[in-house]
Design a protein around this ligand. Sequence first.
Ligand SMILES: [Zn+2]
Length: 177
Amino acid sequence: MQSCVHWLRSNLSNLPDISDEELNAAGETPSEDIYERLDKVTSLVVHHSATATGNARVFRALHRAVNGWDDIGYHFVIGNGTLSADGEIEPGRPVWAVGAHAREHNSDSIGICLVGNFCQTSPTRKQMASLMDLLTELMEDFSLTRSEILLHRDVPGCRTECPGDNLTVKEIIDALF
Ligand SMILES: [Zn+2]
């Protein structure tokens, strides 16, 4: 597997002055006591990574070392066969912890990121199948309905193209039921 140091150095032009050792350490899962607890979960927010490749480890290193966050912003990452298996669901933050993925809505939502840039390509069939499994499970766990599944761009107040034109809510809802 490609190391997260190599991924960060080849994918980012704006890397701060930081050693390989620190970058690599930023890819490690932090201890659980750093998190704040979610009060409640009222929505499930779907993102793309806006990168062609990736996995939870490289996004964690990016979010910690470059963005300066406590951990990866998302609760789940669904691979596209580049740095994790196609359709593989990797854990990010624990589901009970506040994430960092949707400005002003982090305290009551769960963030799911599909690897890929869906302004340019589409999610793989396996990514969509895993997304459906995960959404179904989370809707059950948190007693949510399909109207509580949001794309990042549809979250009130968020100004973003995420997750790109090639992933729509209609597509997700149609695949769910
Ligand atoms: Zn997003």
